[in-house]
Design a protein around this ligand. Structure first.
Ligand code: SF4
Length: 294
C-alpha cells in the first residue's frame, strides 16, 4: 500500500509525496524523513553517451536508468541512515551489487560519484524499484519524458540503458523490468549483468521480451562456477561483454585478484569502440564484445 500525504520540505514548500512501502514496513522514521526530503521521483536521464557523438546528426537517442547496488541498504543501516556520512563512506566505492568481483569493485562507476545529488537519485531509484508500484512509476515517468522530448526525438530511435550503475538484484526486480519493456515495444532496452543465477531462475518460467537485450558481463576474475553458467547461457544465444583492465589498472589490482585463464578461451568477436550511437552491438546482442575498462 502506498499512502499519499502532505509534507513540509526544508524550504517551507508543502508537497504531496508518496510514503515508501519499504520504509513503512521497517518503521524507521528517520529513514523516511531523509527519503521524503530528498525524494524527486525516478531519475531517468538522457545518456551522456549520446553526447560523445554528434547528437544533432545521430538517429539514436539513449536514456539511462541507474540504481545503486542493493548492498547500499546495509550501509545505510550501518551509518544510521545518515546521508552525508553515506556519501563519504569509503565502502560506497564499488561492491554494492550482487556477484561483484574484485575487479568489478575496483573499476565500478560508483567510485567516480562524488555528488550527493547523483547518489541520492540512485538511492531513490533503488528504493522506488522495491515498491509494488515501480512499474507504474517507471512507465508514467518515462512516458512524460518522451512526451516532453517528442520534438527533439522526432524521427529518432529510442534506447534505454538499464544500470550504468547497479545490477539486477532480485528475481522480482528482473520481472518488473521485463514487464516495463512490454509498455514500450518500439523502444529498445539493454543491460549488462553478472547476476547469472537470477537470470537463470527467471528463464526457467519466463522469457525475455524482444526489445530487451541482456549482455553477460564477464571479467577476468570470474569464478569457475560462473564461467560454466556463462557457457550454458551462450548456448542459448546470449552474448558476452568481456572486460579487461588497462595496464595501469592491472598493476594496481593484480594483487587482489587472479586472472581466470578460462576467460581467454571465450571467443570475442569485436572490441568496443565506446561509441554506442554508431555501434549498437550491445543493444541488439549482435556479437560478443571486449572492452578495456575505463
Ligand atoms: S560495443 Fe558498441 S554498443 Fe556496446 S558499449 Fe561498446 S560502443 Fe556501446
Amino acid at each position: 500500500m502506498v499512502n499519499a500525504k502532505m509534507v513540509t520540505l526544508k524550504s517551507g514548500r508543502t508537497k504531496k509525496v508518496q510514503e515508501l512501502n519499504y520504509i513503512n514496513k521497517r518503521g524507521e522514521e528517520k529513514t523516511k524523513e531523509i527519503i521524503l526530503d530528498t525524494f524527486k521521483g525516478l531519475a531517468i536521464t538522457r545518456d551522456s553517451v549520446s553526447k560523445l557523438t554528434d547528437e544533432k546528426d545521430s538517429k539514436h537517442i539513449f536514456y539511462t536508468f541507474s540504481i545503486l547496488g542493493d548492498g547500499v541498504m546495509d550501509m545505510l543501516k550501518a551509518c544510521g541512515y545518515d546521508n552525508h556520512r553515506l556519501n563519504n563512506h569509503s565502502e560506497l566505492k564499488g561492491g554494492l551489487c550482487p556477484n561483484a568481483t574484485e575487479m568489478c569493485k575496483g573499476t565500478c562507476y560508483n567510485n567516480k560519484i562524488f555528488y550527493d545529488g547523483v547518489i541520492n537519485s540512485k538511492i531513490n531509484n533503488l528504493l522506488l524499484s522495491l515498491q509494488d508500484n515501480f512499474i507504474v512509476l517507471f512507465v508514467e515517468t518515462f512516458k512524460k519524458i518522451l512526451k516532453k522530448d517528442k520534438k527533439k526525438n522526432d524521427g529518432k530511435k529510442i534506447y534505454v540503458r538499464l544500470h550504468v550503475d547497479g545490477e539486477i538484484y532480485s528475481l522480482n526486480y528482473l520481472t518488473k523490468l521485463v514487464d516495463i519493456t512490454r509498455y514500450f515495444p518500439s523502444v529498445n532496452f539493454f543491460t549488462y549483468t553478472k547476476s547469472f543465477d537470477i537470470l537463470g531462475r527467471f528463464l526457467k518460467n519466463d522469457s525475455l521480451t524482444d526489445n530487451l537485450n541482456i549482455m553477460l558481463s564477464v571479467y577476468n576474475d570470474i569464478s569457475d562456477s560462473d564461467i560454466d553458467k556463462v557457457r550454458a547461457f551462450c548456448q542459448r544465444d546470449f552474448k558476452i561483454f568481456k572486460g579487461r583492465l588497462t595496464e595501469r589498472q592491472e598493476e594496481r589490482l593484480s594483487k587482489t585478484y587472479k586472472i581466470n585463464k578460462e576467460v581467454d578461451k571465450l571467443k570475442v568477436d569485436k572490441k568496443c569502440l565506446m561509441a554506442c550511437n554508431k555501434c549498437l552491438y550491445c543493444v541488439y546482442g549482435k556479437q560478443d564484445i571486449e572492452i578495456v575498462l575505463h
